[in-house]
Design a binder for this molecule. Structure first.
Ligand code: GAP
Length: 443
């Protein structure tokens, strides 16, 4: 099987409208990306798949959409102002900046080739700051959030008082986060503006280890449900030198990206660190009282933190295949799970005449009610199938002369390329069933 490289994915994403470089006509802005027509649909579908899994499928998880800008004290309390740093070195010759932990400091500068040109490593804060209001002084600084989690901690009390939730319970949030990353290579893997899907699960101190294990199982299961190849997923437990400043214990779910095994999601035991810090800095009581026992405590937090935009890259990498067909032809196909595919069903009239186009358009309008559809009547049918394979459309429906006689259409499956005849009346139910029972192709 042909190797999946990052170059092939980047090229497909640009060619088919998944992802474009930000500000491309001005030469681009590194670390920033635009999601095109198919990319935004894929991203939204992954987001919705996560949201349903976390909020709808658990009766004790509620949602939140907190603001990106927060009181600047939040980031002092959380520890991000003093601790959210990467060690950096500059090349004295060409002024390029590198992560000190990602290059060999005894080697020549990778950019200009000068030897012994690096400055001493210095800690560089990853938060972007800006000013709020008319006056640009120390007192008007606000930060673009580097993680969505803090908004959840700030609203912990509001949610408890307004939602009748009882510990253990979770708050889920999806949204933008910003980090001034110095190394932004590997396409959308590490960008300065990205999206996170985070859930903070508030538990009684002492039960945290048990919930930490529960959520690790749940999160791995989620990726299996999303149709991701299980052999490309693994756990990595953080060693003492890798742990974030807020974590007692942490495991990453890693995915085998084209550039190797890399973090996809973190599951963290954040203890009572964040709520305690915010209680201290705000002077507001953030403790929880158990109704039955009257016991008062600051809850512990188990966090599941996934990158949404990184999930998009993972889904693309996992789905991509250049398949050699009988006869030697190669087709490029994205094997997306139907639940996340940007287009679910393509409607393709075999010919444009004798009322077949009109019938196909009518069918497309009906299917729209239930699925993301696409209508294409241009070119040879084989070429139209290939175009749909390349953007990962799991089902193609072809309308032909037989349809006029017996009210049946051809339903073609992307992965196997098999075709079956289905009655028009049964089509919606059949596609729903196929989606529910979808199993990823072995390999
Ligand atoms: N609230 C905890 C937290 O933010 P993290 O390990 O720093 O933990 C969680 O980030 C996830 O967010 C990562 O596993 C990754 O998927 C995503 N992520 C972090 N930085 C990113 C970046 N610069 N670009 C894209 N995704 C990023």
């Amino acid at each position: 099987m042909a190797e999946t490289t990052m170059d092939k994915i980047v090229s497909l994403c640009k060619r088919r409208g998944f992802i474009f470089q930000s500000s491309e006509i001005y030469g681009g802005l590194s670390g920033a990306w635009d999601y095109g027509p198919l990319g935004v649909q894929l991203k939204n579908n992954i987001r919705d798949f996560w949201w349903k899994e976390m909020t709808q499928m658990h009766d004790n998880i509620v949602g939140l959409d907190a603001s990106i800008l927060m009181h600047p004290k939040v980031w002092e309390a959380s520890g991000h102002v003093s601790n959210f740093t990467d060690p950096m070195v500059d090349c004295k010759q060409c002024k390029s900046r590198f992560r000190a932990d990602q290059i060999d400091l005894t080697a020549a500068c990778p950019h200009c080739g000068t030897k012994d040109s690096f400055t001493e490593p210095r800690n560089f804060n990853l938060m972007f700051s800006t000013h709020i209001g008319a006056v640009r002084d120390e007192g008007s600084i606000v930060y673009l959030r580097p993680e969505t989690a803090q908004g959840i901690y700030l609203d912990f009390k509001n949610v408890v008082q307004s939602s009748r939730v009882k510990i253990p319970f979770g708050i889920a949030q999806v949204g933008k986060a910003f980090r001034n990353e110095i190394t932004t290579k590997n396409f959308i893997f590490r960008s300065c503006e990205f999206e996170q899907m985070e859930m903070q699960y508030f538990v009684k101190p002492g039960s945290d280890e048990e919930w930490f294990s529960f959520w690790r199982d749940q999160r791995m299961e989620f990726y299996h449900k999303m149709g991701i190849n299980p052999s490309s997923l693994r756990w990595h437990r953080h060693g003492p030198d890798e742990l974030a400043f807020y974590a007692k214990d942490a495991y990453d779910i890693q995915y085998l990206f084209p550039m190797g095994w890399q973090e996809l999601e973190g599951v963290h035991n954040r203890t009572d660190y964040d709520l305690t810090q915010h209680q201290e800095f705000s002077g507001k009581d953030l403790s929880y009282v158990e109704q039955e026992t009257n016991e008062r405590y600051i809850p512990y937090v188990v966090e599941t933190s996934a990158g949404l935009t990184r999930n998009v890259l993972m889904a693309l990498s996992d789905a991509y295949e250049e398949e050699t067909l009988e006869g030697g032809d190669v087709r490029t196909v994205l094997h997306f799970h139907p639940a996340i595919a940007p287009i679910t069903v393509a409607i393709l009239p075999l010919v444009k005449k004798d009322g077949i186009s009109e019938l196909s358009q009518k069918l497309e309008r009906e299917l729209r009610e239930d699925f993301a559809t696409f209508y294409d009547q241009g070119g040879a049918i084989g070429r139209r199938y290939r175009r749909m394979d390349e953007v990962g459309t799991p089902y193609c429906v072809t309308v032909d002369y037989q349809t006029l006689d017996d009210q049946t259409v051809t339903l073609r499956f992307r992965d196997s390329m098999e075709q079956v005849r289905v009655k028009l009346d049964d089509l919606v139910a059949r596609i729903r069933l196929e989606t529910k029972q979808y199993k990823r192709k072995e390999g």
